[in-house]
Design a protein around this ligand. Structure first.
Ligand code: NAP
Length: 337
């Protein structure tokens, strides 16, 4: 996929989760690469302190505007999305363990909040909307994964909502673990290394897909340049044993194996068994093109006609990926940054 250099030309962009790892990274990427061509960027946060800090750091960028609010509140979204062209929806509650103890909080933010986003986008005739999802939404074992799966389905179905009919395009970017994100394994390992403390792992065989924030930001812009509505875009990522990651960042770490956490999987999957039937690939990514979209806008009427259909025999779990990668360079050094 390619980046269209004019993708943000004269556009107003709205970012939810802009104070978080991925939201702030895409914000930085857009400012660094497209600031001259954009019309305006609006950034949403519930937290006035984090929002004030973000704006302080961006005080020289007069086209960036703070919006204080919550995606659980449809009325403020309706107001903030007036005149917006592109939405990057990155806000979510994402801690797997909290999801098991407070599932309805995740339902309110990840499912109902996402529904508010789609409704406010349709009402405001936004052109393109991207949601950041997770491999944990694939055959989910956790409340977090299940709520993100529902959020994905809400996004896909919004394309064919009777009020919309592909006027506002909704697509999804599904990611593995993002290096350097708040509360992630990478952050924990760095903290433990500094304190010279041992590291607890819940299973020594655990594997994960991973990607850097820079790669994510670039990928999101490519997706916004390419999307035709309804797709789930999945970048081709590296998979590694979690222990190997730890050893790369903190070679002398003492590792203690504890018990599995509620909702946690040992291996992740990028694409479900069911989605394999409707999946295409290019050099840098996979695209799932759901049946409910295919029925109305067949894939051969889009850019996908030039993409390869994936073989039904492929498997997409992190453990199988590692087996396939044997001997290939995984560039684990990127985790050290
Ligand atoms: N990090 C990863 O490894 C990873 C991997 C795959 C997918 N994802 C997905 O990527 C997205 C961003 O993840 P991240 O790592 O950047 O998370 P993060 O650092 O925790 O940021 C999430 C942001 O969401 C905002 N938020 C939460 N609830 C909200 C609400 N009700 N209304 C408005 N804003 C709300 C928070 O902003 P305020 O506190 O300022 O309101 C927070 O900054 C999530 O959708 C997640 O599911 C992340």
């Amino acid at each position: 996929m390619l980046i269209n250099e004019k993708v943000f030309e004269n556009k107003t962009i709205f970012i939810t989760g802009a104070t978080g790892t991925i939201g702030s990274s895409i914000l930085k990427y857009i400012i660094e690469n497209f600031y001259n061509t954009i019309k305006e960027i609006r950034v949403l946060s519930r937290d006035e302190y984090k929002l004030a800090k973000l704006m302080e750091n961006l005080k020289n960028y007069k086209k960036v505007f703070p919006k204080l609010g919550d995606i659980r509140d449809l009325n403020s979204l309706r107001q903030y999305l007036s005149g917006v062209d592109i939405v990057i929806h990155s806000a979510a509650l994402k801690r797997v363990e909290f999801g098991e103890y407070y599932p309805y909080e995740l339902v309110k933010t990840n499912i109902e909040g996402t529904k508010n986003i789609t409704d406010a986008c349709i009402e405001n005739k936004v052109s393109k909307v991207i949601m950041i999802s997770t491999d944990k939404a694939v055959e989910p074992s956790s409340t977090y994964g299940a709520t993100k799966l529902c959020a994905e389905r809400i996004f896909i179905a919004s394309n064919i909502d009777e009020r919309n009919k592909f006027s506002t395009l909704f697509s999804i970017v599904r990611l593995g673990n993002v290096i350097g994100s708040r509360g992630s394994i990478f952050e924990i390992v760095k903290e433990k290394k500094q304190a010279n403390e041992p590291i607890n792992v819940t299973n020594k065989d655990m594997t994960r897909f991973w990607i850097t924030t820079e790669e994510v930001s670039r990928f999101i812009v490519k997706v916004i340049s390419t999307m035709s509505g309804g797709e789930i875009f999945i970048p081709k990522m590296t998979a590694t044993k979690v222990i190997e990651l730890i050893k790369t960042i903190y070679p002398s770490a003492k590792i203690i194996e504890t018990k599995p956490r509620p909702g946690e999987k040992i291996h992740e999957k990028l694409i479900s068994e069911y989605e394999k039937n409707v999946c295409f690939e290019s050099e840098d990514c996979f695209v799932v093109y759901p049946e409910i979209i295919e029925e109305i806008k067949p894939s051969e009427t889009t850019y996908l006609k030039n993409w390869k259909k994936v073989s039904n025999t492929l498997t997409f779990s992190s453990i199988d990926y590692i087996a396939k990668q044997k001997g290939k360079k995984t560039n684990l050094q990127k985790c050290k940054k």
